[in-house]
Design a protein around this ligand. Structure first.
Ligand code: GLC
Length: 399
């Protein structure tokens, strides 16, 4: 199978247009709307060979930005469509997702410099990152909080079991009910983090904050290119402050752990979150070597025959199968973590290890097709079919 050709074909099949807004859906059968970090990934893939489509992807994403700067994690586009939860707003969700927007915008620009495009989306980008920094850090700790596991993009990851009071063997539907209740609770406290965090879910998640650091740096590049000194200063300053705070409050025993509640209690569940900081260069060279060789490459924890487990095999919550039994983010391999880890490894010069992840990613797609997630032990696919994330391999080409 020509994986790259199949990837491009899928991106085209999953492309939609509503009222002149062009976007790509994650999967026709299961996710027929627009998702935030998915669209950023789609833009990164499209930037490789169709920058106009990549730009359209980000423009449509920003069209439904809230007045306070938040970019919602789902845009339904068509009215009357079935929603997973009642989000308390019309036409979109009321949550956000890992903030990959600036990285995607800079990636488009890197492939095809276009100052006018960057200028056109810059105010929206800036107000989104200002929203995160201003509204999601009411205690001024320089760590950004998420108000629902869905905001991490890893909906039922066991990282969140303690703050959700979820059992290690919780079923997918039980988990969904907990998250649904959280949405209702947050509607009641009007999504005001300062208010909601006192009694509801409030997690300083490692991948979210690491991704934010790297995106603030991308925003700084954009602002510098456009000669917006204030924006450049804002982005560089907060990238540094967040990186520093992560080190102070989330780093222990050589790895980063997410934390919850106002007093930053660590959530010591071993997940791929240990590797997300590689993407943002948050480990020293020596620390990275230990993380790569003792954790990532350890077959008894993360390094599986068919990819990197999203949860260590040693965790009681670890489940190899995805949606068939609905365990999705409790162990199975997903392409987005593979992509983050691949780029993190390259950043530290681990070319051989990065190539191995790339090869495993291609092998999975050849073996199981473009599925939502994969059994790390057998390579069997599960969840949605025709899932666009598989096309991230287009951006796993050694750069
Ligand atoms: C699932 C994933 C989430 C993704 C969405 C759409 O809910 O957990 O990360 O954004 O599907 O693909």
């Amino acid at each position: 199978m020509d994986v790259a050709a199949e990837a491009k074909k899928l991106l085209e099949e999953n492309r939609r247009e509503t009222d002149g807004h062009q976007y790509t859906i994650p999967s026709a059968e299961q996710y027929p709307y627009q998702w935030l970090w998915d669209s950023c990934f789609h833009a990164i893939m499209l930037a490789q060979y169709d920058t106009e489509a990549a730009k359209a992807e980000l423009r449509s994403l920003l069209f439904h930005q809230f007045p306070n700067g938040m970019v919602p994690h789902i845009i339904y586009w068509k009215p009357g469509i079935l929603h997973l939860f009642d989000w308390g707003v019309e036409g979109t969700s009321s949550l956000t997702q890992p903030p990959m927007l600036a990285y995607a915008a800079w990636e488009i620009h890197r492939h095809n410099p276009d100052g006018a495009f960057l200028e056109s989306i810059y105010p929206a980008l800036l107000s989104y990152y200002r929203f995160l920094v201003d509204k999601r850090d009411p205690g001024d700790h320089h760590l950004i909080g998420i108000i629902n596991p869905d905001e991490s993009g890893e909906d039922n990851s066991p990282r969140f079991d303690t703050p959700l009071s979820a059992r290690a063997d919780i079923t997918y539907n039980e988990h969904l009910a907990l998250r649904s209740k959280l949405v209702t609770d947050n509607i009641a406290c009007t999504f005001d983090a300062e208010l909601c965090m006192r009694t509801h879910f409030w997690v300083k998640d490692v991948p979210f904050n690491a991704i934010l650091v790297e995106n603030l740096r991308a925003l700084a590049h954009i602002a510098s290119f456009l000669k917006h000194e204030d924006g450049e200063h804002f982005a560089n300053l907060h990238a540094e402050l967040i990186a520093h705070a992560m080190r102070e409050r989330l780093f222990e025993d050589g790895v980063y752990w997410s934390a919850f509640s106002a007093d930053h209690q660590k959530l010591t569940v071993a997940t791929w979150a240990h590797f997300a900081p590689l993407f943002a260069g948050l480990y020293s060279k020596e620390e990275a070597a230990a993380v790569v060789y003792n954790q990532l490459m350890d077959p008894d924890t993360f390094y599986a025959p068919f990819g990197i487990r999203t949860v260590s095999m040693r965790e009681p919550s670890y489940r190899a199968r995805g949606y068939g039994d609905n365990f999705s983010w409790r162990g199975p391999v997903w392409m987005a973590p593979h992509w983050f880890i691949y780029h993190g490894l390259l950043r530290y010069g681990y070319k051989k290890e990065a190539t191995a992840i790339r090869d495993k990613s291609f092998a999975l797609l050849e073996h199981a097709g473009f599925r939502e997630c994969f059994d790390p032990e057998t390579g069997e696919g599960s969840g949605a079919r025709g899932f666009t994330w598989g096309a991230l391999v287009l951006d796993m080409n050694g750069e």
